[in-house]
Design a protein around this ligand. Sequence first.
Ligand code: ADP
Length: 614
Amino acid sequence: MSKTKQTRDVTLTSGDTLIETIPQLVWTARPDGQLAYVNQRWCDYTGFTLGHIQSDRWASLPFIHPDDQEGRQALWQHALDTGAIYEIECRLRKGNTGSYRWFLTRAEPARDSTGQIVQWVGTTTDIDDQKRAEHQFKESQESLRVLAETLPHLVWVIGPDGLSEYVNQRWCDYTGLTLEQAQSTPWVHLQVTHPDDRESNRACWQHALDVGTLFEYEERIRKSQTGEYRWFLSRGMPVRNEAGQIVKWFGTCTDITDQKRIEQALRQSQERVNALMYSNIIGIFVSEEEQILDANDTFLRMTGYTHDDLRAGRLNWLQMTPPEYLARTQQAHQELAIRQSTTPYEKEYVCQDGRRLPVLVGGVTLQHHPHLMITFVLDNSARKELEQRKDDFISMASHELKTPLTAVKLQSQMVRRRLEKRSLHEAATELSRVEMPIKQLERLIGELLDVSKIQAGKLEYIWESVNLDEVLREVTDTMQHTSPSHAILVRGSVQTSMIGDRDRIRQVFTNLLSNAIKYSPGAQTVEVELSASDEVITVRVRDHGLGISREQRDKIFERFYRAADLKQGAIPGLGMGLYIVAEIVKGHGGTITVDSKVGTGSTFTVTLPTKRAI
Ligand code: ADP
């Protein structure tokens, strides 16, 4: 441009060296538009000489791009008609390659002293690189805009004066503000920021402006459609010019409401877990395989271990389990593998000082971490101690009762015999009436003693060869004698002997038969079925009585369990019989099961091995 000015005041000739050194194409034209002079660069670029062009019409310069021809002609004509400066961008073909480049052509009229135009002086400058850069810039601007519009964030560009230069459509939709509002109101976003967050927002901005670095903060922004405030993470980044001054801030606001909600839910659940973990009520530990990885204070206090022991990996629940509880523990772990949780069960842990701690434990595994197990441990010692005291009492009481009862029994037998000798038969018969209640009392006390022995693991057996047919005949005869209300029908026979404790086996079948009669008040018969193979003797005791519900079936073999049934309410009993029966059968290596239907009757099946290693 400045060079054009320099050339304007000189009369240009083809020999002018100054003109030849400048990098533009230089030309002059007569007032009617006819080219009068072109410099060498002009010729080199276009591949034409002045002669070529002068012989042709200036209007149809052949090296101008066809698309630019019309516009150029109109503008040039306008300049010639009005004397206005001529300026146009158009593509010129390079003579030796045939490719087009963009040029800026500028021409001004030179006038004489009367103001008459004497010639036009023009320069044509190659602006192709500049054009290309502009185009690329426009393209990248456009891609940025498209990017900003497609981003799932609110996007803004704000000047240091707080006026927005740009906000994306999402920003407008969310805030309910228009681009014009954003561009005309400084710090417009504060209008939609939650009042409680405005101060910190301002402070954050101020700090960012002071230090000029990237900033970020969390704030609540109002959603125009619903009026609700949602949480956003706002981030701003300074954009600097070449001199390093901040010319604008480029920023985004990301909706983090859901993330915040999840974080809060997580925090709450963590708090709940902590409350449970650090409560004083229940011992909790987390284990992988047998190793205890973490445990709460309650568990450590219960077992006498310390956090140091825990950190050093000295806690191993398998090593803390006494051998007699290994089988039960293993069973619980099998259940855990299938159901991801265990039914609470009783066991003991060996404490740090070797003491045994009775506990009630239950475990779960986590759905996404099945190798991790969480175990809940309740100190069961108070209950166990109470149970022990109860057992001790039963044992003592039954012993205490047994001695005087034996004395009463012997005394009454002796007196009865004396009365018989003196032929006082009526008095002897009167006296014999006490024998039945004495027998009942004896049986009751015997059962109490048995329960105590079982509890203490001291039930002993006297092993001998037992003829089961004979034993069962004795039992059924006695029962038939004392309970004439039911006919006891025996089917089949065993015809083989077995190794067992005769009295205890008698006790088993006496109990089952007496229950069968007791719990079938309206029925006429009770059946006993015998069968045997080489290895096993099977005895079935069937009644047609009240029956036992499914839920009660597992419990009837427990100590002191009695079905809470209205119909059964009037039937006396203490819930010891089946507990003792099951223990004796187990002691003989046999099994006992029950099959029953409420209102129809029950069948108890006992199997006993014929051979037994004594
Ligand atoms: P008890 O008969 O003294 O209550 P048991 O241990 O012999 O104690 O039996 C436990 C419970 O099992 C009984 O209370 C009763 O509910 C149930 N039961 C036992 N045998 C029968 C039977 N043959 N028919 C129905 N219920 C029975």
